[in-house]
Design a binder for this molecule. Structure first.
Ligand SMILES: NC(=O)c1ccc[n+]([C@@H]2O[C@H](COP(=O)([O-])OP(=O)(O)OC[C@H]3O[C@@H](n4cnc5c(N)ncnc54)[C@H](OP(=O)(O)O)[C@@H]3O)[C@@H](O)[C@H]2O)c1
Length: 249
């Protein structure tokens, strides 16, 4: 059986990835703090496996418990094929270093970086010969310093390096494929958070307001489709950080 585990599928990009994955006849396990009734209904209508696991991914023991239990289901047979999409993320704290809130830093480190490390580590431990593909959702901010985003840029840069390093290890073992996916700018709640920043905290705020006003934010469906179309080919290169901008060219 084919299973996909998607974090942050309750809305935004994660919801669109999950929806497309159901169309590809994968069973779906969605992990976030709130459920997505549309996905549940879609799975039910198509007779597909669906489970929502309520989990705060900033909490290590909750995350470990949730993913150990998920692993028991999805790695029950070596015939199973598993796709893990580490998508949940936060852009906050948005401010200059010197004004950053430490609790917000900790949350970003946990959600954007530690959680994908935990989930990848656990699944590699339990994969038991099953085909495993891990997609870490990153950002162009991983490669470009953005005023006010020192924490976000750092977490995504570290996530890219984690992706590349695990791929080197797995290339050696030949078991799992691990890639990054940079989704570009999309019309989600996260962009709303970005636009609500003060200019002293985020110098580029007016540029991001203009992206929205000029219809330059992509739909999450377009971005999700580009990812799944890539995964359907036999040309996925483990360790590569793919960008939607190149895939849609
Ligand atoms: N939007 C953009 O323009 C953009 C650009 C580049 C990269 N990205 C990346 O794309 C990914 C998705 O972003 P998005 O724009 O779709 O974000 P979004 O609309 O804000 O959705 C974030 C998702 O993460 C989940 N989440 C947040 N905190 C969580 C927690 N503590 N525990 C579990 N789940 C949590 C949320 O679910 P619950 O609230 O239900 O828990 C939600 O499903 C992120 O990794 C982001 O960094 C986005």
């Amino acid at each position: 059986m084919k299973y996909a585990v998607v974090t942050g599928a309750s809305k935004g990009l994660g919801a669109s990835i999950a929806e497309r994955i159901l169309q590809e006849q994968f069973g779906l396990i969605s992990v976030s703090r709130t459920d997505n009734i549309t996905l549940k209904q879609l799975a039910e209508d198509n007779g597909l496996f669906y489970q929502h696991v309520s989990c705060d991914l900033t909490n290590r023991s909750e995350t470990e418990q949730a993913f150990s239990s998920i692993a028991e289901t999805i790695f029950s047979s070596t015939e199973n094929e598993v796709l893990l999409v580490n998508n949940a993320g936060v852009v906050e704290p948005i401010d200059r270093a010197g004004n950053l809130d430490h609790e917000a830093i900790e949350i970003a480190l946990q959600l954007n970086l530690a959680a994908p490390m935990f989930t990848t580590n656990l699944f590699l431990q339990k994969a038991n010969g099953s085909k495993l593909t891990v997609v870490n959702i990153t950002s162009g901010a991983a490669e470009r310093p953005v005023h006010g985003w020192s924490v976000y840029c750092s977490t995504k840069a570290a996530l890219n390096m984690f992706t590349k390093t695990v791929a080197v290890e797995q290339n050696h073992l030949g078991n799992a494929t691990v890639i990054g996916y940079s989704p570009g700018i999309m019309d989600t709640d996260m962009q709303g958070v970005i636009r609500s920043s003060k200019e002293h905290a985020f110098q580029e705020v007016n540029k991001f307001i203009a992206y929205k006003e000029n219809g330059m934010l992509r739909s999450t469906k377009l971005v999700a489709d580009a990812l799944i179309d890539l995964l359907r080919t036999d040309e996925v290169e483990s360790g590569k950080i793919y960008s939607v901008n190149n895939l849609l060219k």
